[in-house]
Design a protein around this ligand. Structure first.
Ligand code: GLN
Length: 244
């Protein structure tokens, strides 16, 4: 199928509230990497009070506890629709605070638990230490096998059941600084603590998400045209196992 006849629909969930440390850069990357290939992008921002239509890919960024509180109840009201979308193969990417809300709950310090939407079997508890710095993750599903980014969180995320990590931390702390894992994946739902923003310097992961979203829409794998990612890879490689 000619890429010029392809379309992909992307929703950015609650950008006015959850968009920390340049997380908007992930949306820009997804849109540009589609447009550079002539793939038409139907893009929608979902804000408080909006209904959530069916999309091929949903993105949600990170935020401080206060913003997470504002989003949590709203997101929870869409739990059933988004779970149905997950089960139809829609792609989700959640960063940090958004990632935490993909699990069953986020327990802040001295406050009531925030409900998650249980797209993945995980939970988060606020820790007493803030994890800040560069992170390098060794994965088993990407080539090259590294993901690089920046973390700034106190939440400690624990994975259960069939929810698997994105990989093993070789630099930084990751999900909880104890089990050596960073991020999570269940079906086509991906979560990570990697800000930075993540996708501009991890083009292989960006293209994987686009491919999965196209496969969900068209029902079969679609080979993406290669892009000139020289700058992206120079940036990626310059960050591998550099703690700061
Ligand atoms: N408030 C959450 C935490 O500190 C998420 C922070 C973020 O999104 N960077 O763990």
């Amino acid at each position: 199928m000619q890429e010029s006849n392809l379309s992909i629909s992307i929703a950015h969930l609650y950008p006015k509230l959850l968009n920390l440390y340049g997380d908007m850069g992930n949306i820009i990357t997804l849109i540009k990497r589609c447009e550079w290939r002539g793939i038409n992008v139907e893009f929608e921002q979902i804000n408080t009070g909006d209904c959530i239509k069916n999309h091929d890919l949903y993105f949600i960024g990170g935020g401080q506890d206060k913003q997470q509180e504002e989003v949590a109840q709203e997101l929870y009201s869409h739990k059933d629709e988004l779970t149905a979308q997950r089960d139809e193969g829609a792609v989700f990417l959640g960063i940090c605070g958004g990632y935490q809300l993909f699990g069953h709950y986020y327990q802040p310090h001295d406050k009531d638990k925030l409900p998650g939407i249980s797209l993945m079997d995980a939970y988060t508890i606020a820790g007493n230490k803030r994890f800040i710095g560069n992170v390098t993750v060794k994965t088993d599903f990407l080539t090259p096998n590294t993901l690089v980014g920046f973390e700034n969180h106190s939440g400690l995320t624990y994975l259960q059941g069939e929810t698997k990590p994105l990989g093993i931390v070789s630099t930084g702390h990751g999900n909880n600084g104890k089990d050596g894992f960073e991020g999570a994946r269940f079906k086509n739902v991906f979560g990570t603590y990697l800000h930075g923003s993540l996708l501009p310097k991890n083009p292989h992961f960006a293209d994987m998400l686009i491919s999965l979203a196209l496969e969900k829409r068209y029902g079969h794998k679609i080979e993406l045209e290669k892009l000139d990612d020289k700058l992206e890879w120079e940036t990626h490689n310059s960050l591998i196992d550099k703690p700061y």
